[in-house]
Design a protein around this ligand. Structure first.
Ligand code: HEM
Length: 154
């Protein structure tokens, strides 16, 4: 059986999905604030795409070539407990609203799998470090997700 990454159409689709999501976040009064910092990475959407792709069964580009790590991502999002609770459902909505524009296949199983993953990530791992960035350990492993949900760590 193919991975969610393959069924979604591969990296090009995730790059378009990250870009369309980013544009929707910038247009949202609540979400646009953290994305408007001058020191934000210019290649943010490529990194977000690579992260989603890797989590959903694609190549490990984010953690190898891009030298990203789960601890780095969680530190970027940590220390914002109240904001994260309020903003997460809107972030997820931005992703789902971007499916058509990004060319995610109309297959409801594929769309549901991506939506379920982003919802789970936004409300679980991405809210685990709400108190402080200092709480995030250095050795977090990126959670993976397949058709049955979270993949248990090896
Ligand atoms: C309330 C929801 C969220 C907000 C407001 C948010 C905001 C941000 C911001 C401001 C950045 C930094 C952008 C930059 O440096 O240019 C970022 C980076 C990132 N976010 Fe989020 N995010 C949210 C949820 C998520 C979720 C649910 C995921 C994954 C499932 C995710 C994955 C990432 C990744 C992979 C990066 C790039 C990390 C890197 O540069 O190595 N984010 N996010």
């Amino acid at each position: 059986m193919s991975t969610i990454y393959e069924a979604a159409g591969g990296m090009d689709v995730f790059v378009r999905l990250a870009e369309a999501t980013h544009q929707r976040c910038l247009a949202d009064p609540l979400l646009q604030h953290p994305f408007s910092h001058a020191d934000n990475q210019p290649d943010h959407t490529d990194r977000l795409a690579a992260y989603w792709a890797e989590a959903l069964g694609g190549p490990p580009t984010y953690t190898t070539t891009m030298r990203g790590s789960e601890s780095h991502v969680q530190r970027l999002h940590a220390g914002e407990a109240d904001y994260a609770v309020e903003a997460s459902p809107r972030f997820v909505q931005c992703v789902v609203d971007s499916f058509d524009e990004a060319g995610v296949p109309a297959d409801p199983e594929v769309r549901q799998a991506i939506a379920d993953y982003v919802t789970w990530a936004a409300t679980g791992p991405f809210q685990a470090w709400g108190r402080s960035k200092d709480d995030v350990p250095d050795d977090l492993v990126m959670p993976h997700w397949d058709w049955d949900g979270p993949v248990p760590p090896a």
